[in-house]
Design a protein around this ligand. Structure first.
Ligand SMILES: [Zn+2]
Length: 306
């Protein structure tokens, strides 16, 4: 009996120590940049922060630009204080010194997450287009770079002229893993159903994709390109770790927002942001992850208690 009690005590102590260690693990500092977007940024930037904060892994700050046409001269976030910068911004150009500060942060090996319409931004800023690798709309065309999509399972560059950026009707669609060995995708199912969302297609740019992680078939019958489109990837840009996540079109409210309520979206955001910040992913695969047959939502952006 005594031995059992001693073992129980040791086990209890070990649990307490483990708990303390996990509480003491330094949170990853994230900065969500928003304030202008042709999307519902008023909701999306709060939801992004909620997802990051609720994970217990990140502590997220938010910085908002003035509204369109406003005086941007005081917009000067200190990117260098953060491990990862999450861009939810599509609007007026930043002041020149903020552009430089951002480039310096990225070139020094900073972590960046490009979220959905952030890849619509700054079509005339050459370095930004290399940071996102592919972009759409805002006047993008053959001068922005080739179309980039999959042909016979491989990325293919298509120089034909035409506008960059399109999407069909919103729908649920399967995601196809293209690299199961990357820290972001490791352990996730090869195919899973994403909740109702836009699927970007016909994106153009320098196409300096490093690791393609997921693609999706842009269904021609619902207005898509009919091609297999790169939707989630990392970008080859010096020492920087850049994660580009085209998913997550924000709905009218946080409650009516399936693309961001999708557990797959939230998992990719969290794993991609952790990888961008640290180069590693320590998060386990969540038990409520979608399957190849059915979508899975976290309506309150919180993981269920295990
Ligand atoms: Zn959208």
């Amino acid at each position: 009996m005594k031995i059992i009690r001693t073992i129980a005590r040791i086990a209890f102590l070990l649990c307490v120590v483990a708990q303390l260690c996990s509480c003491l693990a330094k949170p990853i500092k994230a900065l969500v940049v928003s304030g202008q977007n042709n999307h519902n940024w008023q909701t999306s930037h709060k939801v992004l922060k909620q997802i990051l904060d609720n994970s217990g892994i990140f502590v997220a700050d938010t910085v908002l630009t003035p509204s369109a046409g406003g005086d941007m001269s005081a917009f000067a976030p200190d990117f260098s204080k953060y491990d990862v910068v999450v861009l939810d911004y599509n609007g007026d150009r930043w002041p020149a010194q903020t552009d430089s500060a951002f480039l310096q942060y990225v070139r020094k090996g900073g972590g960046v997450v490009i979220y959905h319409a952030a890849d619509n931004a700054f079509s005339g800023w050459e370095e930004f287009n290399r940071i996102i690798a592919l972009g759409g709309w805002e006047g993008r065309n053959e001068k922005s770079g080739p179309y980039c999509y999959l042909k016979d399972g491989e990325l293919f560059l298509d120089n034909r002229p035409g506008p960059g950026g399109s999407h069909g009707q919103q729908r649920e669609y399967p995601m196809h893993c293209r690299n199961a060995n990357h820290p972001i995708t490791k352990g996730l199912p090869d195919n899973w159903m994403h909740a109702r969302d836009e699927m970007y297609d016909s994106m153009r740019g320098p196409a300096n994709i490093k690791d393609l992680l997921y693609s999706g078939t842009a269904d021609r019958n619902t207005g898509g390109s009919g091609r297999e489109e790169p939707l989630v990837f990392t970008v080859d840009y010096g020492k920087a770790r850049i994660f580009h996540l085209m998913l997550g079109h924000c709905g009218p409210t946080a409650e009516d927002n399936p693309a961001m309520q999708c557990v797959g979206f939230q998992t990719l955001l969290l794993r991609g942001a952790e990888w961008a910040a640290t180069g590693k992913v320590k998060q386990p695969v969540p038990s409520d992850f979608p399957t190849d047959q059915s979508v899975s939502l976290r309506p309150d952006y919180k993981a269920p208690a295990e």
